[in-house]
Design a protein. Structure first.
Length: 449
């Protein structure tokens, strides 16, 4: 048995805290007590399968409709099964046309039966919502969600997170519930390193280090931060394949994982060198100056922008756009980068503050897209925001429609930055994304650009 803990340099939370449990659809302040929670994860090579089971009991005197919310990362997560067990009845979710599902659910409720309906809010695509109708007094509801998710890579290691929002905390006594959590890691290559930069963990290795079992202690819930597991395997450059036989027995599904490498003299490398030599790009920095960015967030964002401005290549063009309820341009058109324009931009940056009200990111994007585009200066947008925007779907959609004329990179500032927006904007814009927590040294992440 091994115990280890390390200072964390990674974001504290992977999801915005959201109502996670069973809440009355008539009064969101009324929720059913959580009595038990079980979390199981099984990682095999770069794929992990997770099962979360929660037990609730209805202490109300009447049977009413409740809503269950479950946060997911829609870009890397696929929900494979969802069941609600009430007494001896197991309600299993099935995919069908929306109108038909609405009709079946309404009919069941009208007949006094217990039923469930699952939906995904377009404005909050990182939440799966389940309506549980006619949960009667004293009844227990057991909700089980199973999903598969590709592992991420952090600090040259495979990275697995357990979101802390899965384990509710609060002052109410009803949040004193039984819980347990474990993670099993299997690798055909053997595990050479396993650690957590966020928590103290217990680890047990088996099968000549090709299997590891991680269990959590009460300290996990007390920290209020995601659990982060980092692990490495022997010979990481060697490709591996996972095969799954489909029920029909006629086909197999395959997942191939490997590290791509580009040898010297390849076309990809030559193209990259050619771009580095010319350096002729247009860089537009879109800075969130809404009220939610006040304090340390705007300081971190300005620090990042300062470094980015000082790192621009010769022959490039640049501009700055501040946004909140409205947007303000540093200059009507992008300037050529030289010592004089750099100093002017740095002076402008000093006076920027989080004083522009709300968070309308769509407006500055729409304005930037209207600007004349020069093929000799490929356009890159850098969005620095806490992600608390008015309509993330509209923002991502407008980037998708315009990605052929620009590349979008995004920085999520603060522990609760919306992963859906920050990650979604970068994916739609064929760029990259970074998350920066409060007090973190932003320099290493900025210098990657």
């Amino acid at each position: 048995m091994i115990h280890s803990t390390f200072p964390s340099t990674l974001p504290r939370t992977s999801m915005v805290p959201a109502p996670f449990g069973l809440y009355s659809t008539k009064d969101a302040s009324q929720s059913l007590p959580l009595t038990a929670l079980h979390f199981r994860a099984h990682i095999k090579n770069c794929l992990n399968t997770v099962e979360v089971t929660q037990h609730f009991v209805n202490l109300d005197k009447t049977g009413v409709e409740y809503e269950y919310s479950f946060p997911i990362d829609k870009y890397t997560t696929t929900v494979t099964a969802l069941t609600v067990t009430i007494g001896d009845k197991v309600l299993e979710a099935k995919v069908m046309e929306k109108e038909k599902a609405e009709e079946k659910y309404t009919d069941a409720i009208a007949q006094g039966n217990t039923a469930i309906k699952i939906d995904q809010d377009e404005n909050q695509p990182d939440l799966v919502r389940i309506l549980v109708g006619n949960l009667f007094p004293k009844q227990e509801a057991i909700v089980t969600v199973r999903y598969v998710k590709l592992l991420g890579i952090e600090e040259s290691s495979w990275c697995f997170r357990i979101p802390v929002v899965y384990f509710p905390e609060g002052e109410e006594k009803q949040l004193e519930y039984k819980w347990d959590a474990s993670v099993t890691i299997e690798s055909t290559k053997g595990i050479t390193k396993l650690s957590s930069p966020s928590h103290m963990i217990s680890m047990e290795f088996k099968d000549e280090n090709r299997k590891a079992i991680v269990t959590l202690t009460n300290q996990f819930r007390n920290t209020g931060t995601d659990l982060i597991l980092l692990f490495q395997t022997s010979d990481p450059g060697k490709a591996s394949v996972l095969l799954q036989k489909l029920p029909s027995d006629e086909y197999h599904a395959a997942l191939v994982s490997f590290y791509p490498t580009f040898g010297e003299g390849t076309s990809s490398e030559n193209a990259l060198k050619e771009f580095e030599i010319s350096g002729s790009g247009e860089y537009i920095f879109i800075l969130d100056c809404s009220g939610s960015m006040s304090g340390n967030r705007i300081k971190q964002a300005k620090s990042a922008l300062d470094m980015l401005l000082r790192s621009l290549p010769v022959n490039s063009k640049f501009n700055i756009v501040c946004f909140g309820s409205n947007c303000e341009f540093f200059k009507p058109a992008s300037l050529y980068y030289d010592p004089s324009t750099l100093q002017e931009a740095l002076n402008y940056l000093k006076d920027i503050s989080a004083n522009l009200g709300g968070t309308d990111l769509y407006k500055p994007l729409a304005e930037v897209i209207k600007l004349p585009f020069s093929p000799s200066h490929p356009r890159s947008l850098f969005v620095l925001t806490d992600g608390d925007v008015d309509d993330s779907k509209a923002v991502i959609d407008i980037i998708k429609k315009s990605h052929h004329n620009m590349r979008v990179h995004s920085f999520g500032i603060g522990a609760d930055a919306s992963r859906d927006l920050v990650k979604g904007a970068a994916i739609a814009g064929h760029g990259s994304f970074q998350f920066v927590k409060a007090g973190e040294d932003i320099t290493p992440k900025v210098m990657q650009y």
